[in-house]
Design a protein around this ligand. Structure first.
Ligand SMILES: [Zn+2]
Length: 201
């Protein structure tokens, strides 16, 4: 019985290591619970009657998971809390100013922070209030045109449980903004703001 438990725990921990390396660390409640139980069981077995080799996947998974968490917190601490109206004006000023960039990338991290490439050097911001998905949709609507199909596609993808980024780029000839969706590197889970009737579920 002990061998079966040892192998099962090792499989869960190796799966966790591979998931973290692939940018999908266990962060949701159930995934963290399974991960914690596997860690606890592996350590308990390794230090009592189980095989010592269980320490290797246990330490590797724990170290990677913690490193991932520290990197995430470090990035989040650099982001400034900003009033959405002020940030909206800042993004639109960047996009429509005298020397606009060729590309902007906008999206929402699983924790609710805005990811913005091409606007701020720190690469993002945290909204002081309001839904960050509604924010990026409004900005895209303003730049690309109202009722843009890409916004509808974004909502469908989020509802399907996969996060996406808006890849905004300007036409070479007309200089107008166009938008596509691009995959997110790292955790794919979309943010679910409980207070937003559009993006809560
Ligand atoms: Zn929303």
């Amino acid at each position: 019985m002990g061998t079966v438990v040892d192998i099962a725990v090792a499989v869960v921990l190796i799966y966790a290591v591979l998931a973290i390396l692939a940018g999908r660390p266990p962060l949701s409640g159930p995934a963290v619970a399974v991960f914690a139980v596997a860690e606890g069981t592996a350590l308990w077995r390794a230090f009592t009657s189980g095989p010592g080799w269980l320490l290797w996947p246990a330490f590797a998974a724990a170290a990677l998971w913690l490193a991932n968490l520290v990197v995430g917190f470090t990035v989040m601490r650099r982001l400034r809390r900003t009033d959405p109206q002020v940030l909206r004006e800042e993004v639109l000023r960047t996009a429509t100013g005298a020397a606009p960039p060729q590309q902007l990338v906008l999206g929402v991290a699983p924790g609710g922070a805005l990811m913005m490439q091409g606007v701020r050097p720190e690469g993002g911001a945290i909204l002081a209030y309001g839904c960050p998905m509604c924010f990026v949709e409004e900005v895209v609507d303003t730049l690309v045109g109202p009722d843009a199909p890409v916004v509808a596609a974004y909502r469908r993808t989020l509802l399907g449980g996969t996060n996406r980024l808006f890849d905004l780029h300007r036409g070479v000839i007309d200089g107008r903004w166009h938008a596509d969706l691009r995959p997110v590197r790292g955790p794919q889970r979309p943010y679910r703001p409980p207070y937003c009737p559009v993006h809560a579920s």
